[in-house]
Structures are given as structure tokens and as C-alpha cells.
Write a protein that binds this ligand. Structure first.
Ligand code: DGL
Length: 269
């Protein structure tokens, strides 16, 4: 890779984190990127914190050994369950940014009622990482695991009537009782940004939809400072632990463009 800016390693359990990379490419175009999708070991959302930490540390070490100077933990579940363990296992000269603090910051900034709803995987919800991050900002959160959304998005059913029905089942009861005044919905999973138009139809019109991917990219842009005006496209190299072909096919819709340069990684060796 010809170096022309900082090298950012982006890690996710699979292709979902490409929604974060997509935002990074828009907001931090002066960097070069390494993207690691642990497709052989996903989903992380239903695994224990110990397992998620072990997987995430091996993946981020792989990114470091390939030159990453900054790490973005694009996976909400890995951020929720293993961010501290990843930071402890990472040399101090490499920065580590998860998606939860930026997402919580954005939600807190957009909520007037100080009540928000967070949707995420089982693992993220059970960790209550979003709830804690929001409470620190004076905002109460109701968390709801929506495990069917990940397979539905991977199936490409982002605008399907079945997905809309599932969304109603998950969300219709959330904006009531103590949370009737909730005015923000945090998308606490890499896959959910693809459901934004559908979710817009399902949640009350006054509810702001907060995308952790956008918030994280903004945070990275602020910490790296303004672009120095490079006109060259950022280079991106992809690593996947399962089929390269599958990654390329599935990843395109998350990234919003065709994917080349995928290298297969056998992480066990
Ligand atoms: N990337 C995960 C997240 O953002 C969703 C997919 C998985 O469960 O591995 O929580």
C-alpha cells in the first residue's frame, strides 16, 4: 500500500461494519484503510464476552501487524463486551475507538426529553453498555434486542413486508409508558443503518434515528483533524476469515460500492 495518510484498521464480526467504513470513507478520506471481517466466526451477538474478547483481540492484532495505526471497533457487540480488553491488549501508541461512546454522545445531543430507545443484538443489550454511556450523559435508555434484523438484512430484505412486520413486533411497544416521550432511536448494530427507511415508517415521526456509524466516523474525523486535501481515493484492503467470494458479494450492499482486494485470513494459524 502506498502510504499517504494515517492507516485505520476497521474491525467487525463480518460485513456489517462496512456501514461504518462507508461513513469513514466519506468523513475521513485522507486515511488508508484495512478492514477485517471475522466472517468465519460471526455472529458475535449471541456469544459470551470471553469469546468475543478473544476473537476481537486476535483480529485487532492482525490489523496492527498489517500496519494499522488507529483501530475502529465497528462491531457494537465487540465494543460493548470487549472494548476494555482490546484497549489493554493494544500498544499505547495505537488509538482504539468503539462505536458506543460516539453513538451515545449523538443520541444525548439529539434528545430533548432525555429518554431514548436503543436497539441492538442480544449481547449488546445484555451488557447495558449503551444504557451506561447514556446515563453518564443524563439520558435514560430502554434497550431492546432485535436478533432477527441481522439475518433479514443479510438476506437483503431491507424493505420487505416481513421485515416491516418484525420491526412492528419489536418496536411498537417501546415508545410507551415510561418511554412515551422517548425522542431518539439508537441503531446499536452495524446492520441497522440499512433499515433506516423502513424504521422511519415504523417509529413515531418525532423520533430521531441516531446512527452509531455516522457518529463514530465523525469522532474519528475530529480526532484526526481536517483532511489535508488529498485528492486521491483512500485505499482499502479487505481481510475476511471465511469465503472471499461471499464477502465480496454480501459486502457490496453494506459499503454501497463494489468490493475488490479481499484477502482470506486463516486466523487460527
Ligand atoms: N456486528 C454485530 C454488531 O454490530 C452484528 C452481527 C453479529 O452479531 O456479529 O453488534
Amino acid at each position: 500500500m502506498t502510504k499517504k495518510g494515517p492507516v485505520i484498521g476497521v474491525f467487525d464480526s463480518g460485513v456489517g461494519g462496512l456501514t461504518v467504513l462507508r461513513e469513514l470513507l466519506l468523513q475521513v478520506p485522507q486515511a488508508d484503510y484495512l478492514y477485517f471481517g471475522d466472517t468465519a466466526r460471526l455472529p458475535y451477538g449471541s456469544k459470551s464476552a470471553e469469546t468475543v474478547a478473544k476473537y476481537a483481540i486476535s483480529a485487532t492484532q492482525y490489523l496492527q501487524s498489517h500496519g494499522a495505526e488507529h483501530l475502529v471497533i465497528a462491531c457494537n457487540t465487540a465494543t460493548a463486551m470487549a472494548l476494555d480488553a482490546i484497549v489493554r491488549a493494544t500498544p499505547k501508541n495505537i488509538s482504539v475507538l468503539g462505536v458506543i461512546e460516539p453513538g451515545a454522545e449523538n443520541a444525548a445531543a439529539s434528545s430533548k426529553s432525555r429518554k431514548v430507545v436503543v436497539i441492538a443484538t442480544e449481547g449488546t443489550c445484555n451488557s447495558h453498555a449503551y444504557q451506561r454511556a447514556l446515563l453518564q450523559r443524563g439520558v435514560e435508555a430502554r434497550e431492546k434486542a432485535c436478533p432477527l434484523f441481522v439475518p433479514l438484512v443479510e438476506e437483503g430484505w431491507t424493505d420487505h413486508s416481513v421485515t416491516e412486520q418484525v420491526a412492528h413486533l419489536y418496536l411498537d411497544d417501546l415508545f410507551n409508558a415510561d418511554f412515551a416521550a422517548a425522542d431518539a432511536l439508537v441503531l446499536g448494530c452495524t446492520h441497522y443503518p440499512l433499515l433506516k427507511p423502513l424504521l422511519r415508517r415504523v417509529v413515531p415521526a418525532n423520533v430521531a434515528i441516531v446512527d452509531s456509524a455516522e457518529a463514530t466516523a465523525k469522532c474519528m474525523a475530529v480526532s484526526l483533524g481536517a483532511s489535508d486535501g488529498h485528492s486521491i481515493e483512500p485505499s482499502v484492503k479487505f481481510f475476511a476469515t471465511d469465503s472471499v467470494e461471499k464477502f465480496r458479494r454480501a459486502g457490496g450492499k453494506f459499503l454501497g460500492r463494489n468490493i475488490e482486494n479481499v484477502v482470506h485470513v486463516d486466523i487460527e494459524t
